[in-house]
Write a protein that binds this ligand. Structure first.
Ligand SMILES: *Cc1c(COP(=O)(O)O)cnc(C)c1O
Length: 422
């Protein structure tokens, strides 16, 4: 299977696409064509395979020409935590993607990416550089920790992520270097991009990135939508609709890919926070990247979503894009209200990101089957949820262990010299 760059340069193999992250022409890698799978092969009556086995069957065609030993054991190492479907009411569900080591869906992509990197070149020293708006950094740090000679270099915007998110980035040490940047997520992302533009650094540090521009992050995310759609479609005999809380648009791109592979997925709704760059583009066809605004759903505070290039490559440019996509921006007040309503009606706790999807769920057709992607554990956002709901949220054991460790990080200005020396 070949991967094209949205920048137009020659197609490459999956291995090259993973090791490069961003294409040398500055574009993002997209599949030349997606393999199609008949989901009915999983039968009506057999129990579904385990998540790891399903992932292996789905992803094997993508790795047919890879040097990786991509087998069931590989998937069992990555997908080693549960992905429960929580029933909200009638035909409505929350797909809990937050049971990995750092309690967000980013663990799936980060663990898969780390396993690919290690499998492709186990002896090669590398620096994996990541800008994080909250959850990517911790997931990548957890996945890379202890994988010497790979180094993790994690940039997060100082005071713009939750204290628990920060702890999950800064308590690793060893091969993980955490940098608190005086600036926004966009500044962090700019520093990563600028580092990649410097061939000397790229070659000396063997720089690669684990941001959601890397295809190894996106591929495993297809499993969420594929697996749960097959599970629910077998019971309901209708296509399954999804609402995806979105920022950089990596997660929802994977949902579109799963649909294009033939999985029983109906409508896909995108929920963003008050960063309206996507909803404005959708309405007007005019794409205006802008500085990100801080919101309650901080992991979605993105002013220039990278994976839009992939969605446009797949769905066409505006107005075709407008016809193919359904997006709405959800502001902080609506997020608060959604958290409250969900708790009062269903005694179910959702994080502020999941709340953007829950907000949209309240206006879908009741007779259809709808699933919201629950992207992070509510306990990561106790500073928002506890005063709002007047409750104490129990802390999961894995998080409690991290909270007890000392932090190690460097404070830097949004300046490349501070990272690489002058
Ligand atoms: C990263 C993140 C998102 C947004 O996902 P994208 O792939 O960037 O669109 C949503 N919710 C949570 C909790 C996240 O960490």
């Amino acid at each position: 299977m070949k991967w094209h760059s949205t920048g137009g340069s020659a197609p490459v193999s999956i291995d090259t696409a993973i090791l490069a992250g961003l294409a040398p022409d500055g574009g993002l890698y997209v599949p030349a064509q997606l393999p199609s799978l008949d989901w009915r092969r999983w039968g009506d009556h057999n129990p579904l395979p385990t998540l790891a086995e399903f992932a292996w069957q789905l992803l094997a065609p993508f790795f047919a020409d890879s040097r990786l030993n991509f087998n069931l054991a590989f998937c069992e190492r990555v997908f080693n935590f549960p992905m429960p479907l929580h029933h909200l009411q009638a035909n409505q569900y929350a797909l809990e993607l937050f049971h990995g080591p750092t309690l967000s869906f980013k663990d799936f992509g980060a663990r898969f990416f780390a396993a690919c990197l290690q499998g492709l070149s186990p002896q090669q020293p590398r620096t994996v550089m990541v800008a994080t708006s909250g959850d990517t950094g911790s997931a990548v740090a957890a996945a890379l920790h202890g994988l010497d000679p790979i180094q993790g270099l994690i940039l997060f915007p100082w005071q713009q992520i939750s204290l628990r998110q920060q702890k999950q980035i800064t308590t690793w040490g060893d091969n993980i270097r955490a940098l608190a940047v005086r600036g926004s997520f966009d500044d962090c992302q700019r520093l990563v991009k600028a580092s990649f533009a410097n061939r000397v650094w790229v070659e000396q540090a063997h720089l690669t990135t684990a941001n959601s521009i890397n295809v190894a992050r996106l591929l495993p995310q297809m499993i969420f939508y594929a697996y749960s759609s097959v599970y629910l479609a077998r019971q309901n005999h209708v296509p399954i609709n999804f609402i995806v809380p979105s920022g950089n648009l990596g997660n929802v791109t994977a949902c579109y890919w799963a649909k294009a592979m033939g999985f029983p997925i109906g409508q896909i709704q995108i929920a963003t926070n008050a960063n309206r760059v996507l909803s404005d583009f959708w309405q007007t066809g005019d794409y205006q990247p802008r500085p990100s605004l801080p919101t309650l759903a901080n992991a979605m505070d993105v002013g220039n979503p990278s994976n839009l290039a992939r969605l446009r490559a797949m769905l066409g440019d505006w107005p075709a894009f407008q016809a193919a996509v359904d997006v709405a921006a959800v502001d902080d007040e609506q997020i608060r209200q959604a958290i409250k309503t969900c708790y009062e009606e269903y005694q179910y706790l959702i994080c502020p990101h999941t709340a953007t999807a829950f907000h949209r769920l309240q206006s879908v057709a009741q007779q259809q089957v709808w699933v919201i992607a629950a992207t992070a554990h509510p306990a990561k956002f106790e500073q928002i949820l506890e005063p709002l709901l007047q409750i104490r949220i129990p802390v999961p054991a894995s998080l409690a262990a991290m909270l007890a460790k000392p932090e190690q990080f460097e404070m830097i200005d949004a300046d490349l010299g501070e990272i690489w020396g002058r």
